[in-house]
Every structure is written in C-alpha cells, then in structure tokens.
Design a protein around this ligand. Structure first.
Ligand code: ATP
Ligand code: MG
Length: 439
C-alpha cells in the first residue's frame, strides 16, 4: 500500500486550507498527528510544517476503500490526501477535508521512539537521540523558526549595510589565539586543527580591500565544558569592517540586534506564544558598563573579583542581576584580551575591546584590532605565542592593512535569548558536546 509521489503534489499547506475554499479540492501532505475512529466516522489530523488540518471521513459519504486505507494508517506515517474542503465549526481550524483519495507515502513503525505530542515529557537526551521526531513538536520547531528568522534578518541587515558574505577555511594549520582549545586532526601527512574562529581570516580580508565582510559559520572549541551555554561546535556570526573602530562596530551590532527583535516580534508571534516568551524591543541603545565599573558592581554583590581577572561565572551572574537585558561591557584589561586587540593609546593596560552581554550570558566579543605590523608582532610575543606560526597572517599587515574592527556573536546563544530557552542544546539541531557526537 505504500505509495510513490508520482504525479501527486501538495496544493496547500494545512494553514492555507481555509473556509473560503469550501467546495474546492485540495491536496495536503504531512504526518498523521492523530486518528480517532468512532465507527461511523473517522477523524484524522494531518500535520505539516505550517500547522494541522482535520480530515473527516463519514462512512456514508466516503468510499469503503478509502475508509479501509484510513484504518491502516498509523501515527506519524506520511500521507498525501486529496479531498474536498468543507466549512466545519467543530473542527479545530473551522474547516475539514472530506477525503477522495489517499496516498500512503511512508508507514511509521510503532511504537515510536518518543511521543511527538506533548503528552509524555521526555528528557533532553532522549529527545536528542530521536531529534527528527522531537523536531515535529510545535515547541521545538518554534525555536528553529525563530532562529531562521534571526538569520534571515541578520543576512538582510549585513547586505543592506554593505557587508559582503565570505567563507573562510575550517581546516587550519595553527591556533587562532594559542594552542589550547583545539581539535587536532590528521591532514594527510601533517597535523592540522578545526578552526576555533574565523578571526585571522576575516582580518586578512581587510587587507584585501573588501572593506566590510561577514561570515556565518561553524567554530570548534575543544574545551571540556559541561555547561548550559557551551558546545564544542557552535555557529558564529562574525563581522569585520575597515576604517572603523570599536564604537562604530558596537553601533552596528546594536542596530542589527534591534532589527532582529523587531522582525521576530512581527513575524514570529505564534512561535513566541507557543514558547510563552516575550522579547520586547530594547528601548534605545544598549547601556554600557566599563570593566572598572563591573569590578565594583561584582564586588558590591559579595563576589570577589580583582582588577585584571576575567569574569567568573558568579561574577557574570552578579553583573547580570544588576544590569539586566542587553548591555556592553567595555574597556577590558589588555592582559586578558587576545593579541590582536588594540590597546588604548593613553593607557595601554586597557584595550579597545567589548563584550555584549544579555543578563549573565556573553553573546559577543569584539574590538578595534591592531593594524600595525610591529605592534602586532610585539603583542604576539608578549602573549608567549610563536610569531613564526603566524607568518601567513602577519604578511597581510606588511603591505597595506587599514585600521579595522569587528565582532563575533554566538548564533546559538543569541537564539537562546530570542527563544527564552535555558539550554544551548535546545537551539542547535544536532548539538555536539563532551558526550554527544551522534546523531
Ligand atoms: P565564554 O567566556 O562564554 O566561554 P568566549 O569568550 O570564550 O566565551 P569568544 O571566543 O569571545 O568566546 O567567542 C565569541 C562568541 O562566540 C561568544 O561570545 C559566544 O557567544 C560564542 N561562543 C564561544 N564559545 C562558545 C561555545 N563553546 N559554545 C557556544 N558558543 C560559544
Ligand atoms: Mg569572549
């Protein structure tokens, strides 16, 4: 009985089967969400990406053969159904389809590895093991619909603001910022690594004259984290712009995120509703707190932090409690920032570097970069790194490198904020963490 697609094509997504189509024939295609056989009448709910619709098969109106086919259906099987639209006040969407022809495209085995309806709550590990079914649930697909809208706006924003999209290699010969945190791989007879950041490449692109570039791509971090905000493979939204400084690129980041929130509120009302999440459009530019101020705030909340230290987890929480929402953390000590960050010319202990935070979550790090070859070499040495291993990068600074600045935003972390979920694994289709490499 399992069928091929042949000439069958969907005419309408379920949400476009509306009462004004009464009397017309449509073809819907999707998954069997529910079957209720009351003897004289059978109800089947068909679900597709956009929603659900009721198929109503009264034995008096529908051929015996079709009734027989319907009775063979199992939950989560894939079907194509051709039928006539009819207004129906009792149906969930005010409309039903009286079937004329059924094409069972793929019968689902039973029992299912997990319940795709929300009746039985499953643990995240069970859900991730059967992610393809998990994604059939409204509250899971809502996360990815919002994330999709996020990427859509971000790409539009970049193009509208004159950024060119680039793709840089993920197979690299050496570390971006030092030897730790890297996944080593075998590259023919050489050792190589998975890229932890496109940093060095996007900077080299500044010397190419492309002026403003962005990349949305994978980053790999070999840290043995076991937190709700770290993965070993994440997606980073990176931007780099010539003839700009940290303040300029902070404005770009602020404007981009504001547009993302506006668009999600406009286009993802239903998804925000399903997730019971509100994401108000920020009122004016994001507030700024300097690193010095942050140290005072953290200490005032009884979390010890000395000047020159990175924020501990407790420090991030203390600061997040006071600041709330989006805020920039600026004027970081040069010592704890990477070698490519521009020091303040008046006080070189401080750097033109910033983080963007949301409550206690770091979303982005950015900075004005060093564009002077000599300063860069000096800073690489000061960090105890091997200048020779940066040869091909440094070359780009010897023959015309403009001043530039940029940032990287963790896409999956941003999606956490936009969807209100607490675990980064929820925002990634197939997350990679310390314990998970499949599916
Ligand atoms: P954290 O201190 O939170 O570990 P980081 O300072 O090491 O982050 P960066 O190297 O500054 O991270 O990377 C830029 C952005 O990329 C971060 O602000 C974050 O949003 C994202 N990011 C970095 N590492 C990870 C990770 N392991 N998993 C998910 N996102 C990450
Ligand atoms: Mg950072």
């Amino acid at each position: 009985m399992q069928g091929l697609l042949n000439e069958w094509r969907r005419t309408n997504y379920t949400k476009n089967v509306t009462p004004d189509l009464t009397g017309q024939d449509v073809i819907v295609m999707g998954w069997v969400h529910e079957i209720r056989d009351l003897g004289g009448i059978i109800f089947v709910i068909i679900r597709d990406r956009e929603g659900k619709v009721q198929i109503t098969a009264p034995s008096k109106k529908v051929d015996a053969e079709i009734l027989e086919d319907i009775r063979k259906l199992r939950k989560e099987s894939v079907v194509a159904i051709k039928g006539t639209v009819q207004e129906a006040n009792q149906a969930p969407t005010g409309v039903e389809i009286i079937p004329k022809e059924i094409n069972l495209l793929n019968l689902a085995n039973q029992p299912l590895p997990m319940d795709p309806t929300d009746k039985v709550k499953a643990e995240i590990d069970t859900r991730l093991d059967s992610r393809f079914i998990d994604l059939r649930r409204d509250n899971v697909s809502a996360i990815f619909k919002i994330k999709n809208r996020m990427f859509h706006t971000i790409r539009d924003f970049f193009y509208e603001n004159g950024f060119m999209e680039i793709n840089t290699p993920k197979l690299v010969a050496s570390a971006t910022e030092g030897g730790t945190e890297l996944f080593p791989i075998t590259y023919f007879e050489k050792e190589a690594f998975l890229g932890q950041s496109p940093q060095l490449y996007k900077q080299m692109m500044m010397s190419s004259g492309m002026d403003k570039v962005f990349e949305i791509g994978q980053i790999f971090r070999a840290e043995e984290h076991d937190t709700l905000r770290h993965l070993n493979e994440a997606v980073s939204i990176d931007a780099e712009a010539s003839f700009m400084d940290d303040i300029d690129v902070m404005k770009i980041l602020n404007n981009m995120l504001e547009q993302v929130i506006i668009d999600i509120n406009e286009d993802c009302k239903e998804e925000l509703n399903i997730l019971e999440h509100e994401m108000p459009v920020p009122d004016g530019p994001f507030p700024v707190v300097t690193y010095d101020e942050a140290v005072d705030i953290v200490n005032s909340r009884d979390v010890e932090m000395s000047w020159g230290e990175d924020l501990s987890r407790a420090g991030e929480k203390a600061l997040g409690d006071v600041m709330g929402g989006f805020y920039f953390l600026t004027e970081w000590p040069s010592e704890i920032k990477p070698f490519y960050v521009m020091p303040n010319s008046k006080d070189p202990t401080k750097a033109h570097a910033f983080d963007l935070m949301y409550n206690n979550l770091e979303l982005s790090s950015g900075a004005t970069r060093v564009h002077q070859y000599d300063v860069l070499v000096k800073q690489i040495e000061e960090k105890g790194l091997n200048v020779a291993s940066f040869g091909s990068y440094l070359k780009a600074f010897e023959y015309g490198m403009p001043p530039h600045a940029g940032w990287g935003v963790g896409a999956d972390r941003l999606a956490m904020v936009l969807t209100g979920v607490e675990n980064i694994r929820e925002t990634v289709l197939f997350p990679r963490d310390r314990h998970r490499l499949t599916p």
